[in-house]
Design a protein around this ligand. Structure first.
Ligand code: ADA
Length: 566
């Protein structure tokens, strides 16, 4: 399953999960035995490969229909963490980063059967600046869907929608459509866009594209009868783009939009004019039965629990999440802080020559694919990286600038742990900190937060900006109960979260919180010494989603608070 709605009615798109693939550990030349596996999936779920860090090879065949050669587009939505893609043994594409999609055109494939081979490599090395030994797990495999599309000579390459609240007091939608002529001759076509649920649309004049030409057309649609998207009323509308040639519809591309406006107002974040209160959880894509390749049902089950907890937002810590997850958040009105892939990198790690290209590629790919999701209200970067050094600051500045070029409709932020030393608070629109009073330090939560907030307001350029606590929590081993309330007990975690959340929601000027974290997750073996069970045990549920005592504490707190602060 790629999306929760049909992206095409006309164009033929096939998800390559209709049958098992064959897999063996080692690269494509290795002579290890094949075994049948499902895709998406992680090889850590296979007996004997639970801790395998290396290269794995996936392979299957696919058909080109018809009697003439055809151009296909192959899309991999997530390969962890470095992909090498071959078709009929010929190199087609390579890609780094498990959490962003990539596509490659396969031109003029002959009718009949072809072989697709994908090598996935999850090794740590200087070639990988973002997937490093960490307080989370880099799994191995084809962790999200793979699809093939048969493309016409001129096709709809991209559809971007931006909701606008116009001064007359009604909604508009900017629609940007990218066309591509992949034939060897000039082509004429008629692009149009429709919003069926609103019975409106627009048809552009005929376009003539030279061979190989790519072109963008755009329009702004007035939507006087449209309903807004919000957590309480997540109204979505289909945006259906079509391309006609010689009077026949030859291609289509369907997206969804939600009409909502995120605006900064002093120290407040306003959603459709109302002061937002964030009641959120940080969530890793991690599960003992699926690794990071959670199927639709497992993702939705997590969202069922998050809504039961009274949460209205999820922070995709610390990487872009699957579009299935984002679609479900769009449909259920769950706000998302989505962030590029980085966690706790030192200045030395940020000086890896691969770091900036890989981090910036992740930003480009994340925003390109996820831009249309109304649930995403903010873009985050570089969780707890070296924002307290001048070199680190230069990297933060370039990445904030890049986001600003790609999307001016959303604020930017970064979850920092550089208390009293962060040098980047002038750069983002929203100031965010991860705090663990009563866990990593024994300072009482209110005093710790007041000291931090006062420093930001009095000593930094972050003063007066919206302020979020993007992590707070404590560890608890599921089932460890003790009247002494020792650290790692469920009782201690429950009390710490009670104190931390009270401090956050009593802090004037604070727009809300993300609890660290939703569920216990697997971490790299190198982190074993500070992570009992080689897990990050700060979930309010364990890895099997069994609730700890803290579940009811957070639920009581979140349910008692409205989504808005006024
Ligand atoms: C940091 C980090 C999280 C997690 C957390 C913890 O805030 O951002 O990924 O490692 O610490 O559990 O200590």
């Amino acid at each position: 399953m790629i999306r929760t709605f049909a992206k095409h009615q006309i164009r033929r798109q096939v998800e390559l999960s209709d049958c098992l693939w064959r897999f063996h550990s080692g690269d494509r030349r290795a002579r290890t035995a094949w075994q049948p596996v499902q895709v998406p999936g992680c090889w850590e779920q296979l007996p004997g490969l639970e801790n395998y860090r290396g290269v794995g090879t996936y392979e299957r065949t696919f058909e080109v229909q018809g009697s003439a050669p055809a151009t296909l587009r192959l899309t991999c939505y997530g390969v962890s963490h470095t992909a090498t893609v071959l078709v009929d043994g010929q190199l087609a594409e390579q890609h780094y980063n498990a959490y962003t999609a990539f596509s490659v055109l396969l031109p003029q494939l002959a009718p009949g059967q072809h072989t697709l081979t994908i090598e996935a490599d999850n090794r740590f090395s200087p070639d990988s600046a973002l997937h490093v030994p960490n307080d989370c797990m880099t799994y191995g495999g084809i962790i999200r869907a793979v699809s093939l599309e048969q493309l016409p000579q001129v096709y709809l390459r991209h559809l971007k929608t931006t909701p606008l609240w116009n001064p007359k007091g009604s909604w508009q939608l900017r629609v940007e459509l990218a066309l591509a002529n992949i034939s060897t001759t000039a082509q004429r076509c008629m692009p149009e866009v429709q919003l069926p649920e609103l019975a409106t649309g627009y048809a552009w004049p005929e376009q003539r594209l030279a061979a190989g030409e790519e072109r963008q057309v755009q329009t702004v649609l007035d939507l006087p009868t449209a309903q807004a998207w919000s957590p309480g009323m997540p109204q979505l509308y289909r945006v259906v783009a079509q391309l006609s040639q010689n009077g026949q519809v030859t291609d289509d591309l369907i997206e969804r939009t939600g009409l909502r406006e995120i605006r900064l107002d002093g120290s407040d974040l306003r959603l459709n004019g109302r002061k937002l209160r964030i009641k959120g959880f940080c969530r890793h894509e991690d599960h003992p039965s699926f690794g990071c390749a959670l199927p639709f049902a497992a993702i939705q089950q997590d969202l069922v629990l998050l809504k039961d907890l009274g949460a209205n937002s999820v922070r995709t810590s610390h990487y872009p999440n699957s579009e299935l997850f984002l679609d479900l958040c769009d449909e259920q009105g769950i706000l998302v802080w989505e962030e590029n892939h980085a966690r706790g990198l030192t200045e030395e790690q940020m000086r890896n020559p691969n770091f900036e290209p890989q981090a910036e590629a992740c930003i480009r790919e994340m925003i390109r694919v996820d831009y249309n999701h109304p649930c995403i209200y903010i873009w985050g970067i570089l969780n707890e990286c070296a924002s307290d050094t001048s070199y680190g600051r230069s990297c933060y500045a370039r990445q904030y600038e890049l986001i600003g070029q790609l999307d001016r409709s959303r604020p930017r932020s970064s979850a920092s742990c550089k208390f009293l030393t962060d040098r980047c608070l002038d750069l983002p629109e929203v100031v965010s900190f991860n705090i663990y009073p009563e866990w990593y330090n024994d300072q009482a939560a209110p005093a710790f937060l007041t000291e931090l907030y006062t420093w930001v307001q009095e000593e930094t350029a972050g003063r007066g900006k919206p302020f979020l606590i993007t992590e707070t929590g404590a560890g608890a081993i599921y089932g460890y109960r003790t009247p002494s309330q020792a650290k790692w007990s469920e009782e201690y975690q429950a009390q710490a979260l009670r104190d931390q959340l009270a401090a956050v929601f009593n802090q004037p000027g604070c727009s809300g919180v993300y609890v660290w974290q939703f569920c216990d997750v697997r971490v790299s073996r190198e982190w074993f010494s500070s992570r009992p069970r080689s897990m990050n045990n700060k979930g309010v549920v364990d890895e099997y989603r069994r609730p700890k005592l803290s579940y009811a504490v957070v639920q009581d707190c979140f349910r008692a608070l409205d989504n808005y602060r006024e």
